[in-house]
Design a protein around this ligand. Structure first.
Ligand SMILES: *Cc1c(COP(=O)(O)O)cnc(C)c1O
Length: 296
């Protein structure tokens, strides 16, 4: 499989708030890797697509809400790699289709709608059986690409996405927005000594993710899949910047996001990156990012 990606640039954020805190702040622009298949969504898909190819599946099926970036990326990547794709969408069909779903359709994805009650069963054998009866043999990728293949891809973000592997050592803290925490798990598994991953859940009461992350990490390490560094991962959740929950926003966040983009030329999305950067800037003001203690 090959797809032409550009190496994501690392962009410095020249902000007075960071300077005052004595912190050098950079953003890894995964969004610039490819026009459609980018960011962590690609890393989560990569080994799922390879696994599906290796097992001779020709159809991929996955799940998501009507605005899911994962649905978008799966439709595009599936198309590029010659898979038939089926997107199982939560809720009723709404016409006209929103930009995410019209793009998916344009990429050849077949859209199927499940009411919320059925959608909730998405990880059960019964629903899987129903889908197989309806659509035939298929490789199923869970919602958000959140399986061990997804984690594996995300172990490559820090080392391989940086211009040179050694560069990754330069960062004490690696901040990431967090939905399913698959991306965080992959990053946590690839940290060097002295580095710490800080995850900003975009869901309300994000602390519920902690035990899930622990079991994801345990399962991953037990699976025999490659993990770059087997030293205990150092990560933490910062749960105070969800702004009321998934896809919820307020004027303060909208204003922040607009100003941040104007000032630094980095586009933010309201679901993930705006909330994370709001949190990062706020924590900078509180001197949260003291230099990680060197490992010895
Ligand atoms: C999807 C997405 C996330 C969430 O990733 P998880 O692996 O589900 O935690 C975070 N940030 C951005 C920019 C995303 O698009």
């Amino acid at each position: 499989m090959s797809l032409t990606f550009i190496a994501p640039p690392i962009q410095q954020i020249n902000s007075k708030i960071a300077r005052n805190a004595g912190v050098d702040l950079y953003v890894l622009r995964l969004d610039l890797m490819h026009p459609w298949v980018n960011g962590n969504k690609w890393f989560k898909l990569k080994y799922n697509l390879l696994d599906a190819k290796e097992k001779n599946f020709t159809t991929l099926l996955t799940f998501g809400g009507a605005y899911s970036n994962h649905i978008y990326a799966t439709a595009a990547a599936g198309n590029l790699f010659g898979f038939r794709t089926i997107g199982v969408i939560r809720g009723e069909e709404r016409l006209p289709l929103n930009p995410t779903l019209s793009f998916a359709l344009q990429q050849g994805m077949q859209l199927v709608y499940l009411n919320r009650e059925m959608y909730r069963q998405r990880n059960t054998p019964a629903l899987e059986e129903y889908l197989r009866q309806r659509f035939g043999e298929m490789f199923i990728i869970p919602e958000g690409g959140s399986n061990l293949n997804g984690v594996r891809g995300c172990t490559e973000i820090i080392d391989r996405a940086m211009p040179t592997a050694g560069y990754a050592y330069a960062f004490d803290h690696i901040c990431v927005a967090c939905g399913t925490a698959t991306t965080l798990a992959g990053i946590a598994l690839s940290l060097h000594e002295g580095q710490r991953a800080i995850a900003f859940p975009v869901l309300k009461n994000g602390a519920f993710l902690a035990p899930e992350i622990k079991s994801l990490l345990t399962n991953y390490l037990a699976s025999g899949l490659p993990s770059p560094y087997s030293s205990p991962a150092s990560w933490e959740l910062v749960c105070d910047y969800h702004f009321g929950g998934y896809a919820k926003v307020n004027d303060e966040l909208l204003l922040f996001s607009q100003q941040f983009t104007e000032e630094h030329g980095v586009p933010l999305d309201y679901v993930y990156t705006a909330k994370m950067f709001y949190g990062v800037m706020d924590l900078l003001k509180q001197n949260f990012f003291v230099k990680a203690t060197p490992y010895c």
